[in-house]
Design a protein around this ligand. Structure first.
Ligand code: X8Z
Ligand code: ZN
Length: 347
């Protein structure tokens, strides 16, 4: 098992920060590092949000109200403590008072999280015309999936479209297919067992199967079994308490569902817009057709069973892992070859 503290993320829920350590790039490959691009361009936190908003506008969404820009919190205040875990708020649906609260850091991870939070905000804006009872996601997973869906479209082609990299750099980066997919997988695949185990642990606490005496040991048993990671220390602390959603009582299975659905949404939208290349090269940026499909679904809020909303976008009524497998197929094939003869896994 991997010791949790070497993975570049406090909870070992994303391993994207150790990409440079686990993947040996072809020295001639041109790889894209969004953190460096953000630094090179000297973007402010607000500018990072504007770029994310532009993506949604390119799909035909209405711009965010002026109050969003006035009342949101983008940077960590120096004069008081705030809960920095990013969140999105629908404070007054009648008056479209939408805000995010986030202590943005100028890096790739937070650039992605900004899209995630704006996903919530544009969802609110799309269903706020409905009666109060219908103002909600088709299910919890939908609300978490929408912003993440857009981040699958942050491709080299997209980065060229918005002037972050040149056409030559985009072409060269596309050639580094395995590197691109590996980076994505270190987040998108790695998060699956984690998002599943968290509520398994929590439901064990609620049913009484997990008692006061084994709160931490049961946590690590699940971490080991599902994530293949182990605690770097022997002392008995209450580690689950360090994950925001545990003390905040925020359900977590929603992220597991989102991580599956986002690929199904991506695959069906790419088909819809006539894209025939590999899925990780497909971007729905600037595509009004994809925008209409998404908006029609979001505007349903929770007025219909989630399967109806799901069908409106994908033509299917059930979750399936097939789209994730399709998306990562070239990486899977590469890994199978790379690991031939090795025995992989953990005990
Ligand atoms: O909590 C969040 C969002 C707010 S809804 C920042 N996420 C989960 C986490 O950070 O653990 C997004 C991905 C998973
Ligand atoms: Zn969220």
């Amino acid at each position: 098992m991997l010791p949790a503290h070497v993975l570049g993320n406090m909870w070992g829920q994303s391993w994207a920060n150790v990409y440079d350590l686990v993947f040996e790039e072809d020295p001639n490959a041109v790889s894209i590092n969004l953190t460096s691009l953000i630094e090179e361009k000297d973007l402010t936190e607000r500018e990072m949000v504007v770029i994310a908003e532009d993506f949604f506008l390119s799909l035909g969404f209405d711009p965010l109200p002026e109050t969003f820009w006035e009342r949101s919190l983008f940077t960590k205040p120096q004069d008081r403590n705030v809960v920095c875990h990013a969140s999105a708020w629908n404070l007054d649906p009648d008056n479209n008072d939408l805000r995010i609260k986030m202590c943005i850091e100028k890096n790739e991870e937070d650039f992605i999280t900004i899209h995630h939070e704006l996903g919530h905000i544009f969802y609110y804006q799309a269903y706020n015309h409905l009666p109060t009872l219908f103002q909600g996601g088709a299910n919890d997973g939908f609300h978490e999936a929408f912003g993440d869906l857009l981040t699958l479209s942050i491709t080299p082609g997209y980065l060229n479209d918005i002037g972050f990299i040149s056409a030559e750099e985009a072409e060269a980066a596309k050639k580094d297919e395995i590197g691109l997919l590996m980076k994505q997988a270190l987040d998108g695949v790695v998060s699956l067992p984690w998002t599943l185990m968290l509520d398994k642990w929590r439901s064990g606490v609620f049913t009484g199967e997990i008692t006061k005496d084994n709160l931490n040991s049961s946590w690590w048993e699940l971490r080991e079994k599902y994530q293949g990671i182990t605690s770097p220390r022997s002392e008995d602390y209450f580690d689950p308490g360090a994950k925001y959603h545990v003390p905040a009582n925020t359900p977590y299975t929603r992220y597991y569902l989102a991580r599956i659905m986002q690929y199904q949404f991506h695959e069906s939208l790419c088909k819809e817009i006539g894209f025939s290349g590999p899925l990780h090269e497909c971007s729905i940026y600037n595509n009004p057709e994809a925008g209409v499909k998404i908006r029609d679904m979001l505007a349903m809020g929770q007025s219909k069973p989630w399967q109806d909303a799901f069908e409106a976008l994908t033509g299917e009524r059930a979750l399936s892992g097939t789209s994730i497998l399709n998306y990562y197929k070239p990486l899977q094939e590469w890994l199978e070859k790379e690991n031939e003869g090795r025995s992989c896994g953990w005990e």
